[in-house]
Design a binder for this molecule. Structure first.
Ligand code: PPS
Length: 571
């Protein structure tokens, strides 16, 4: 292989300090204000300290932030497309001034680094979103993070690292830029093409990476992101086991696997440029850029945030100053008649092609349907199936919501009995009254306390679901946003079925089995749902039960029918 000129890599920044300097900083720590780093900030810090973000030496000052947002350049003119900023809350910002220092800590309180403050500023987040992401829609995950999860002040300044963020998973695969450069040198690799990914890799990806390596006359680095990716992505533990399985399918001495602790922004073209700079720092000479690189896909109207090949165009414009070459790739498609893959632009329109979309793959995993070996290697399927068992083997939560006296508990009890009769899963019943006796005995009925109560139920239900069991919950749960929080928690590990027991208030009041409505009307009980406190009717319920026309037995049968139809239960 021939070396690229000019030589790749560039100078690596190393912000980790040792010996007396480290001791000195540690001794100062007790007098410094502290900031507990968010998951994204932890990722950014790790890449800053080890030089993955070279030439950056810290979090951006307002001057650098402004030029990066506006022109994708640092104030010294260097190309840098994504703001690397440390966002903090108002009290922390108020404790800082130029020249002061801030101890940066991990979630356990361990001091990882010291930030020497150059400035503290309040960003215009709307303008940042527009500039960096080309959108202000919170349907874009990068914009959502910026608008909803970023603190209002940014602190700029250089960083000195005392301890690298700790990882206990796949430690032998987490190579720093210096270690990876050394690894390449020890293999005698002076041309290396990197493949960026946040998804499990299938046959199409393998074909693409093999072709790219051939085209670039280079060895291959599979460099998946294991920091933060798009919400809803396959967890990195599963993915890494898939990559390890796939690695076995490459020719000997061609490919390396290393994990990148990057927090992606899903910023499409700008992010692709950033990925290229990062890979150059990790010693690569080429980066594969495919279709919609680092893009978040489309919004809810089906409009894509970026054009499919915008990233390739942007990299093309900056090839000369990047110091790393792009290997552009079109979509790979499978030709069943020839049993081979080819880039879509090399395939005649008349050719028969086959593909399995991400949605279809999830569907096949969910139902346990066959996943053909032309699509992915059996060893990869095995790994995916381990974490994505078919629905009949997954846990689920049936979450009832409705007014007091609507019949939630009665139906929940019948459902419990029927589910136990069917057997196969353990079951946890979290009835409103029961929970208030055991889990939430100190809580009242203010909005704050109700939310806390529902979150506790959600937490327990999510745990039971994740472990393959059933949770049947029957609180009032009057607030839509809290129900949504519970849904999100539960769906991370299994199924969630919201059942609205839609008994009208008049009927509940007329029944008044516990005599509570009479007391509420008399003002003896305050904040009573439906009388003196709100109930937000669900618009997202999987099932709505009318207890006026159906018995508890019929209601439970309907729910069982739904669970069978959705594949959670078998007939
Ligand atoms: S919540 O809003 O979801 O936290 O409520 P929940 O935990 O389900 O508790 C509802 C049961 O508590 C009794 N109760 C009240 N309900 C509503 N508002 C007020 N102020 C209130 N005070 C006591 C009532 O018996 C509810 O039981 P169910 O089974 O819903 O009738």
């Amino acid at each position: 292989m021939t070396a690229l000129t000019p030589p790749h890599g560039g100078t690596l920044v190393n912000l980790n300090v040792e010996g007396t300097r480290a001791l000195e900083l540690k001794n100062q720590a007790k007098d410094l204000p502290s900031w507990d780093l968010t998951p994204r900030q932890l990722c950014d810090l790790e890449l800053l300290l080890d030089g993955g973000f070279s030439p950056l030496r810290g979090f951006m000052t307002e001057a650098d932030y402004t030029t990066v947002c506006a022109d994708m350049r640092l104030t010294d003119g260097m190309l840098w497309p994504i703001p690397i900023t440390l966002d903090v809350d108002a009290p922390t910002a108020g404790s800082l001034e130029p020249g002061s220092a801030l101890a940066l800590r991990d979630p356990e309180g361990v001091m990882l680094a010291v930030l020497h403050v150059d400035d503290v500023y309040q960003p215009d987040r709307m303008a940042e979103a527009e500039r960096v992401f080309g959108s202000t829609s919170t349907e874009h995950p990068g914009v959502d993070h910026l608008m909803r999860r970023t603190h209002p002040y940014y602190v700029g300044g250089t960083v000195e690292g005392l301890q690298r963020p700790q990882h206990h998973d796949f430690t032998s695969l987490r190579l720093t830029p210096a270690q990876l450069r050394e690894r390449f040198a020890s293999h005698g690799w002076d041309r290396v093409v990197a493949f960026q990914t946040r998804n499990p890799m299938h046959r199409a990806h393998q074909e693409l990476t093999l072709r790219a390596a051939r085209e670039a006359d280079a060895a291959l680095l599979i460099h998946p992101v294991v920091g933060m990716t798009k919400p809803g992505d396959v967890d990195h533990y599963t993915r890494v086991r898939c990559y390890e399985a796939l690695l076995e399918e490459y020719p000997d001495h061609l490919a390396e696997l290393s994990l990148l602790p990057l927090a992606m922004r899903m910023g499409g073209p700008r992010e692709a440029l950033w990925h290229a700079i990062i890979r150059k720092n990790f010693g690569c000479t080429h980066l594969i850029v495919g279709r919609d690189h680092a893009g978040p896909g489309s919004d809810s109207h089906g409009t894509p945030f970026y054009g499919p090949y915008d990233a390739q165009e942007l990299l093309q414009q900056h090839t000369d100053e990047l110091g790393i070459e792009m290997v552009p790739f079109r979509l790979m498609v499978y030709l069943p008649d020839e049993d081979r893959y080819a880039p879509v632009d090399e395939v005649p329109d008349s050719a028969t092609t086959a593909s399995i979309s991400g949605t279809e793959l999830r569907e096949r995993l969910m139902t346990g349907a066959e996943i053909p070996s032309w699509f992915t290697f059996p060893a990869v399927v095995r790994e995916l199936r381990r974490t994505h068992p078919p629905r009949s083997e997954q846990g689920f939560t049936v979450f009832f919501t409705g007014l007091s006296g609507s019949g939630k508990s009665t139906i929940a009890n019948v459902l419990q009995t029927k589910l136990l009769e069917l057997g196969g899963r353990s079951l946890t019943l979290l009835d409103g009254d029961l929970v208030r006796k055991h889990l939430s005995s100190e809580l009242g009925f203010s909005k704050e306390h109700r939310d806390l109560n529902i979150r506790r139920i959600g937490f327990v239900a999510a745990e039971a679901t994740k472990h393959g069991g059933i949770a049947v919950c029957a609180p009032i749960a009057p607030y839509a946003h809290t129900r949504q929080e519970v849904r999100d928690m539960v769906e991370a590990g299994g199924g969630f079925v919201l059942v609205h027991v839609a008994t009208p208030l008049e009927v509940c009041e007329e029944r008044d089995r516990k005599g509570l409505y009479a007391k509420a009307r008399a003002g003896i009980i305050k904040e009573f749902t439906g009388i003196s406190d709100p109930y937000e009717e669900p618009t997202d319920a999987e099932l709505t039960i009318d207890t006026v026309t159906s018995s508890p037995e019929e209601a439970a049968d309907r729910i069982i029918g739904y669970l069978i139809a959705e594949g959670y239960l078998t007939d």
